[in-house]
Design a protein around this ligand. Structure first.
Ligand code: OGA
Ligand code: ZN
Ligand code: ZN
Length: 405
């Protein structure tokens, strides 16, 4: 039987689905290349070789192919989720026949289960998954003051390309200003909802930063706020923070930012022993009041498996104790003080005075923020803040890229 003659049956034709890729996937999987030949490996019949028009050979496994069949029996056309029982075929399943249709589709007739699967070339070419855009984090220091990324509020709210531009910069620098926002309470929530959802905390959905006589946090006084990240006592510190300036008529109160990634790399270069200690010693953070008691133990410098700095968890005002033996305490504090000294290094510090209508947005797991003391009895200083999660930002970026790139 020539398989190309087996006109795709309704059970097996993913192109019949409404998804742009034809693979039950909303990502379009565009490719300039065509499939030329598909062959079953002579030695291992579970391997299929795909030869492409540009000479590339790609090898895929039968289990991978079978698993991802996007026909209506294997995947629900509305939910786009799998309905195939992945134990309904054998671990040794192999294709009886493979063939190519017009360079654009691969047909596989399976040796078991009376099933034919069809795969779009673009989807195969992409290895069956949308490209994961690399997070190109660009470390910065004081010099960012000359090129602080700034975006127009109305543009971001109304145009998808402006929204994408802003969110992509957030992944790179972890700090940007959205400007000329209305000085209306609740606006910061509108901006977050343009991206995704507000992360609610014990401080509220949208919280006010004003000097109060009876304060539940140092933030709500007029004192100096040394560099810190917010809510380190949470298992997941909020991913991004937004602070919207509604008025700033008092003396002082300048905003401070420091790229924790740059700081940590400087520490690693200058004092590797301190870096290692801070990357492996859990520190207990605690925030509590009448209604809540949050505690989290984690190192100040969180590393990924390959040793890259993943996150910073630094906040002296709610840091309780390092979780290490007494014999290591002195060395811990030496390292901790080195880290603290770097938070005051003018080369790393960006100082910026917010104006009414500015919304400062920063990566709360990377960029430290703070403010200079301000005159409590002076003019009004009122910020409104909100938190947003990175996974929601990443999701939005992918959705926008489906349309824009
Ligand atoms: C905060 C904070 C900065 C400011 O509320 O956590 O850091 O400028 N505020 O008041
Ligand atoms: Zn199927
Ligand atoms: Zn803060």
């Amino acid at each position: 039987m020539a398989l190309t003659d087996a006109s795709p049956t309704e059970q097996a034709d993913p192109a019949a689905s409404s998804s742009p890729s034809g693979m039950g996937d909303l990502y379009p999987y565009a490719t300039d290349h065509r499939l030329v030949v598909a062959t079953i490996d002579g030695g291992d019949r579970q391997l299929v070789h795909l030869d492409w028009s540009n000479g590339r050979r790609q090898t895929v496994h039968a289990l991978w192919l079978r698993d991802q069949c996007a026909c209506n029996r294997c995947r629900h056309p509305a939910s786009l989720e799998r309905i195939l029982d992945q134990k309904s075929y054998g671990l040794d399943i192999f294709p009886a026949l493979v063939s190519i249709d017009g360079g654009q589709r691969l047909f596989v007739a399976w040796a078991e289960g009376d099933h034919i699967s069809v795969y779009a070339a673009g989807w195969l070419r992409h290895g069956g998954r949308p490209p994961i855009p690399p997070a190109r984090r660009r470390p910065w220091g004081a010099e960012l003051a000359d090129g602080l990324p700034r975006f127009d509020f109305r543009a971001v709210m109304s145009r998808d390309d402006a929204l994408l531009g802003w969110l992509e910069v957030m992944r790179e620098t972890g700090l940007a200003y959205v400007e000329d926002a209305p000085t209306v309470e609740g606006t910061v929530g509108d901006l977050v909802r343009r991206v995704a959802y507000v992360r609610e905390t014990n401080f509220g959905t949208v919280f006010d930063v004003v000097a109060l006589a009876e304060s539940i946090s140092n933030a709500y006084t007029s004192v100096d706020l040394p560099l810190h990240v917010d809510l380190p006592a949470r298992e997941y510190q909020p991913g991004l923070q937004l602070l919207h300036c509604l008025s700033n008529q008092t003396g002082g109160g300048a905003s401070l930012y420091c790229d924790g990634l740059r700081l940590a790399e400087k520490l690693r270069a200058d004092d590797p022993a301190a870096f290692d200690l801070l990357a492996r010693t859990p520190v207990v953070f605690r925030y509590h009041d009448e209604n809540c008691d949050y505690q989290m133990a984690a190192p100040l410098i969180g590393l990924s498996e390959n040793g890259e700095v993943r996150e910073i968890r630094f906040n002296p005002s709610v840091m309780t104790t390092a979780d290490c033996p007494p014999t290591e305490i002195r060395e811990f504090h030496r390292a901790y003080r080195h880290f603290m000294r770097l938070t005051r290094d003018p080369e790393l510090l960006l100082e910026w005075r917010m104006q009414a209508g500015d919304i400062a947005v920063f990566d709360n797991r990377r960029v430290l923020h703070g403010r200079r003391a301000f005159e409590a009895g002076g003019g009004r200083r009122h910020l409104q803040g909100a938190y947003l999660e990175w996974e929601d930002v990443e999701s939005k970026i992918r959705v926008l890229r489906r349309k824009i790139r």
